[in-house]
Write a protein that binds this ligand. Structure first.
Ligand SMILES: [Zn+2]
Length: 255
């Protein structure tokens, strides 16, 4: 069984972008950790930061528990995720603590600064985690760099609003209902997303996105990924192998 760490910026990003894939992998017996860089402390106009963080960490843990995953938060504040020395050490320590063979993280270009900083931090921390003399805390260095994957950016668009097509996708038709339940666990976000982003039904918007990605690959529901395999990151297609028959590699031409 494979140890998998899915780490994104905020509570609900992972569920939105790869919850169906994680549900599939969990059902197959793989061990999953869902980590967020922040506790989403700015995601409320009702509660203060501390109360919002407390509520959202509880929601994230409840969402993770639906697939038997472990949840942890790296302890950054919202809009304060930076690719600097302290941030890289903290991220590296989290990766060393979970000891994953596969890491799934944010797309390099995405609408939110925390998403982009998370992507760069996790990419570089995956490398740093294997360097014994790079000191971060109690967890020992990894023996190898994990296999690294990027999710789609939110809505599949980069900072220039250009479409970002995945290298492959995972058919999540069998686990979409569970993905929906995971999103619904983030109950505090429905009101916030409506107020801040004008999206009336936050679960429906994710459903629409997962359907759109599915259409690109000729199935009902899908989630897209790209593998980062520039030297010295591993090029073995481990995630593609363990999703088995759910792997989709041929996007439709009209997508
Ligand atoms: Zn986010």
């Amino acid at each position: 069984m494979t140890e998998i760490l899915a780490i994104h910026a905020h509570p609900d990003d992972i569920e939105t972008l790869c919850g169906g894939t994680l549900a599939l992998l969990a059902a197959a017996g793989h061990r999953i950790t869902i980590a967020t860089m922040t506790a989403g402390d700015c995601g409320s106009t009702v509660w203060d930061n501390a109360e919002t963080a407390r509520i959202r960490k509880g929601e994230a843990a409840a969402a993770a528990a639906l697939i038997g995953a472990y949840y942890t938060c790296a302890g950054f504040d919202d809009l304060a995720v930076f690719n600097n020395d302290a941030g890289r050490r903290r991220t590296t320590e989290l990766i060393r603590d979970r000891r994953p063979e596969i890491v799934i993280t944010a797309a390099p270009s995405d609408y939110h600064p925390d998403h982009e900083a998370t992507s760069a931090l996790v990419r570089d921390a995956c490398f740093a985690a294997s360097v014994p003399n790079y000191k971060t805390g109690d967890a020992p260095a990894l023996s190898a760099i994990p296999h690294l994957y990027f999710t789609d950016p939110i809505e599949g668009r980069d900072r220039d609003n250009a479409k970002v097509m995945p290298e492959f996708a995972v058919d999540v038709g069998a686990t979409f209902a569970r993905k929906r339940e995971m999103l619904e666990a983030h109950a505090s976000q429905r009101g916030w997303v409506l107020k801040q982003h004008g999206i009336d039904n936050y679960v429906a918007s994710t459903e629409a996105w997962t359907r759109r990605r599915g259409k690109h690959f000729g199935v009902a529901f899908a989630e897209g990924f790209r593998q980062y395999k520039v030297h010295p990151y591993p090029a073995q297609t481990l995630l593609q192998e363990i999703v088995g028959a759910a792997l989709l590699t041929a996007p439709m031409r009209s997508a």
